[in-house]
Design a binder for this molecule. Sequence first.
Ligand SMILES: [Zn+2]
Length: 311
Amino acid sequence: MGKIVYGIDVGGTSIKFGLFNSEGVRLITKFEKDTPKTNQQTSVLESIFNTIQETNQMYGYSELDIEGIGLAVPCPVKDGIVNSCANIKWERMNIRKELADKFSNQVHVVVSNDANIAAYGENASLEIPFRNAIVITLGTGVGSGIILNGEILEGSTGMGGEIGHTHVYDGPIETCGCGAKGCLEQMCASKGMTNYALELSKEMSTSINLNQITIKDIFEAAKLGDKLCLKVVDRAAEYLGKAASVVALTIDPDAFIIGGGISKAGQYFLDKIKNAYQKYARFSTGNKPFLLAKTGNDAGIIGAAHYAIKK
Ligand SMILES: [Zn+2]
């Protein structure tokens, strides 16, 4: 029996577990558990430890078979340490050390921010991973992560790669979850797109149902030539391309990888983002490939598993 690796994606409501063969990061099983609600400072890691022990037993593995455990957590992480977390009551915790210390043998544990881990996983899942990649995940928010020289860019406080809150818009708009106004996320995530569609509908007609707007409807109608939806899609692509061009001048990546629910619009949307990007890009950054992500909902556990083996 070969070695195994755990990829674990910790969220405020549930914790996703993935057990993988470390050879090729092939999934053996995956499942979800509720995140403990009380005494989170100790209970969350205890629950993770106990679940690993139970899963090992169920599948006939021991601690010695574990090549690594990767943890994706919903907050900034620097060197395995979390200072505070919006979704889980963690205060100044060395997550990496505390989890590793629960095992009687030296088990290798890595921890990073969930968006960064997902970015790492998207890149690592490619046939030939890039050394430098910028991964942007579009859904209810704009998540992102930067892989620089094969490593997750954590920065000095764990905030590295947070492109979603780049300021891109100066017009009137509500306050973003981060406290600022005019963030990329407000223009390109699902809520920003549906809000814009509603706003435009005051002056334009559209074929979509305005009482129940979905992102899927917007893209489908845009593809069929609905002028309102086309405007919504084009605006999102414009801001994404612009923000990407700014980051490109700093990072000079090998490629961009676009994922998340909105990216289901596929090559159509990707081409629009790339076109916008090329308008703003300068010097040698103009000619970068844009790829669609492929790991989908399992990006967190897959990324955590890849990261655990790599480090
Ligand atoms: Zn923001």
